[in-house]
Design a protein around this ligand. Structure first.
Ligand code: PLP
Length: 455
């Protein structure tokens, strides 16, 4: 046998052996997942992962393996464990689907689980759709968006978000969710790490896992007013960290970070050359002192935006990204691969709707928040009064309360809310969406109270 053949045989043996070990490791991870579930523990445990990471670093040094490669390999393994342990985890989407199915079977349901404004989109969106049809705007178009919309969005961003940008900084996407997907999939590589401040909208973690990216979760607490500490963030950064995600006003807590704290976080990103992915989809519903991350003038900031919440245009599926020209080009290439471009009539409708007067929407959501806050206080829920967005993230004062089993029980009484576990290790919480008319909100909370009292 030639030398190369011998070596190739050895490689094959090692790879097969590693595959067997991977199977054994995955089976054990699954068993741990079941034990965690039965004892009410969350899936991720940053302390445990941190200890294992330290051991891997020590081993890499001892055996002379590149540390970054060792950590990337570990991140792949940790993500596989998270995947097998997350099976059956309930999120606002899984509850929404259950509630919809119950409705189909004839049950009356109050939807307080999804964040879908109950207002109707601006009438100008309808005119835009009609005009698009009448003028033959019904064809393929440029991937990054029609020039008129990119130019208007650049103007809108420059006016409202504290930095002057041009059309080349705008990428029109089919919704904020797709912007997040594009950003994570183009800017990060498998094995890289991304910091997420929890509780958080589940899609950041799900996109990361799908892309082989490891999430470093930073836990914040109700007692700590949902604010991360600077040391928590500094400690989470290592050589593999490539991005930090911000989302203020926040889903699910409604928190807006004090601008000085947000600036300090962006400063850490700058020092460590990280991307800042700032999802600012709830900017219109900011009732406190809010500052766009764009205003901090850090070039590696990527903003994701949408017409879904501000213009109540969820069904139109249109949003956009604001970033450096090179980043827009990279994301645009992946978008071209996936969808060619956002439907032109929809872009045209968004263009017409962009500068509508949204003050009525803003007042309506504030009033709904006030209603839910008042009702939730009456029934003794613990929460931080939201600074914005459209949710109340609350914890009933009940020993051993399990948000997931409660959510399922509440469904049987005709009210859907989102279980806290969808947003991180927050099993004791539920998220109540305020996006309903106020009588429905009051009725939903009344039923919630009666189910709580029956626990
Ligand atoms: N980002 C956050 C924080 C959200 O809560 C949502 C939807 O609930 C989205 C993005 C997705 O929005 P879009 O409808 O634009 O995809």
């Amino acid at each position: 046998m030639s030398d190369i053949e011998q070596l190739r045989n050895r490689i094959n043996e090692i790879t097969l052996h590693m595959t067997r070990l991977l199977k054994e490791r995955t089976d054990i991870a699954r068993q741990i997942g079941q034990l965690k579930k039965s004892s009410g523990l969350g899936v991720t445990d940053e302390v445990r992962e941190g200890q294992l990471r330290e051991e891997i670093i020590r081993l890499c040094r001892e055996i002379g393996l590149d540390e970054s490669l060792g950590k990337k390999f570990l991140n792949f393994l940790l993500n596989e464990s998270v995947k097998v342990q997350s099976d059956g985890k309930q999120t606002h989407i899984s509850i929404f689907l259950k509630a919809k199915e119950m409705e189909r079977q004839g049950k009356k349901m109050i939807h307080l689980e999804v964040g879908e404004p109950d207002m109707f989109p601006p009438i100008s969106a309808k005119a835009g759709l009609e005009e698009a049809f009448d003028t033959g705007r019904v064809r393929y178009g440029p991937t990054a968006g029609i020039p008129e919309l990119r130019a208007s969005l650049a103007e809108h961003v420059s006016k409202n978000f504290g930095r002057t940008v041009g059309p080349e900084n705008i990428l029109v996407t089919p919704g904020g969710r797709f912007s997040v997907f594009l950003a994570i999939n183009t800017l990060l590589d498998p094995g890289d790490e991304m910091i997420v401040i929890e509780p958080a909208w589940p899609a950041y973690r799900e996109c990361a896992i799908n892309a082989g990216v490891k999430v470093r979760a930073i836990q914040t607490t109700l007692e700590g007013r949902w604010e991360p500490s600077i040391s928590q963030i500094e400690e989470a950064v290592n050589a593999n960290t490539k991005m930090i995600v911000l989302n203020y006003p926040n889903n699910p807590t409604g928190k807006i970070l004090p601008p000085a704290l947000q600036d300090q976080i962006i400063e850490i990103a700058k020092k460590n050359d990280l991307y800042v992915l700032s999802d600012e989809i709830y900017f219109l519903y900011a009732y406190g002192d809010w500052k766009s991350a764009l205003a901090s003038n850090y070039e590696k900031t990527v903003i994701t935006q949408s017409f879904s919440k501000s213009h109540a245009m969820t069904g139109f599926r249109i949003g956009y990204t604001v970033a450096e020209k090179d980043t827009v080009s990279k994301m645009s290439r992946l978008q071209a691969l996936c969808i060619t471009n956002v439907a032109e009539p929809i872009q045209y409708a968004a263009l017409k709707a962009l500068n509508s007067d949204l003050s009525g929407f803003k007042r309506a959501i504030k009033s709904k928040i006030d209603t839910v806050v008042a009702e939730a206080k009456k029934i003794n829920l613990e929460f931080e009064v939201p600074d914005g967005a459209m949710y109340v993230f609350a914890r009933p004062k009940k020993e051993g309360f399990d948000g997931t089993s409660f959510t399922n029980r509440l469904l049987d009484s005709g009210v859907a809310v989102a279980p806290g576990e969808g947003f991180g290790n927050y099993k004791g919480f539920i998220r109540i969406s305020v996006a309903q008319d106020e009588d429905t909100l009051r009725e939903g909370i009344k039923i919630l109270d009666s189910v709580l009292k029956g626990l």
